[in-house]
Design a protein around this ligand. Structure first.
Ligand SMILES: [Fe+2]
Length: 286
């Protein structure tokens, strides 16, 4: 099955046309969506009207949905769905927490697999999410750099990565979050496609066996390379859009948003994140 899609940019992102979920959630359609997601890193499916339970059923095709633990963000009936909004009551220290380039849950031993957003409300202006392909960025590295980073293992932690231009540093008053402080290979082999990608996320801060100053410089250089314009696209999630990204093949960065409850300024997104391999990809593990 071939989906009707157009590319958002040469390196990353496709927009799928003509799908009507949930009627189209056959294994055949979902396998085609998975193939497109892992090939293009990001897919956008506009014009959808799924109920919460249908959305969770859709998400299960992309791995095991995680249940969220913060009660005020949690959907009582569907704990997999996280509500993301720009409520004016949001404490200053909790605002704009995703305005840095990262892949989700890279501060955990098992990183996030696929993350999706279902648009419910969007502000008239702003609110774009930026994406970059870490596999396209890896493919363009010099052979010297590929040889240098091959086999290196990075240590990850929140708020310790070398910052790059355009990122917002975390508010020092933001409550610290417990992490696994994991180690991950700097070159991540994609679990489905087998394609290598640069895996710094926004959390790699040190490299085993390397002097800290040298590691900081190398991580920053790789992070700056990933976000070069050739590997990027941007998309604003609007009501009815479902946007999915592959955390092993891409990084993303939110843009700063105004926190307001006024008409035309509100944003509401329903997010689901998964871990593990999609059931339909089980036979394709590289
Ligand atoms: Fe994120």
């Amino acid at each position: 099955m071939v989906l009707d899609s157009i590319n958002l940019s040469p390196a990353v992102g496709s927009l799928v046309r003509g799908l009507n979920l949930p009627e189209d959630m056959s294994d055949e359609t979902m396998r085609a969506l998975l193939d497109l997601l892992f090939d293009r890193g990001v897919i956008v499916i506009p014009g959808q009207t799924l109920s919460d339970s249908e959305y969770v059923r859709f998400a299960r095709f992309f791995g095991q949905p995680l249940e969220f633990f913060i009660p005020e963000h949690r959907n009582a009936e569907h704990p997999e769905i996280i509500r993301i909004n720009n409520d004016a009551a949001t404490p200053a220290a909790m605002r704009d927490g995703a305005v840095h380039w990262h892949s989700d849950s890279s501060y955990e031993t098992v990183p996030g697999a696929v993350t999706m957003l279902f648009g419910r409300e969007a502000p008239d202006e702003g609110g774009e999410t930026h994406f970059a392909s870490t596999s396209a960025a890896y493919a363009d590295l010099s052979e010297i750099m590929k040889a240098r980073i091959d086999g290196l293992v990075a240590r990850h932690e929140l708020a310790r990565a070398p910052w790059i231009e355009g990122e917002t540093q975390p508010d020092p008053d933001r409550p610290p979050r417990k992490t696994d402080a994991p180690e991950h290979p700097l070159v991540m082999i994609h679990p489905v496609t087998g394609r290598p990608g640069i895996f710094t996320s926004g959390t790699a801060y040190a490299i085993n066996g390397m002097d800290d100053a040298e590691a900081t410089d190398l991580i920053r250089e790789l992070r700056e390379h990933i976000v070069e314009p050739a590997y990027r696209t941007s998309y604003k999630v609007r009501p009815g859009d479902i946007v999915l990204w592959d955390n092993f093949g891409t990084v993303h960065c939110a843009s700063p948003i105004e926190y307001s409850n006024e008409n035309g300024k509100r944003r509401l997104l329903h997010r689901i994140s998964t871990k593990g391999l999609p059931r339909l990809c089980a036979g394709k593990i590289a």
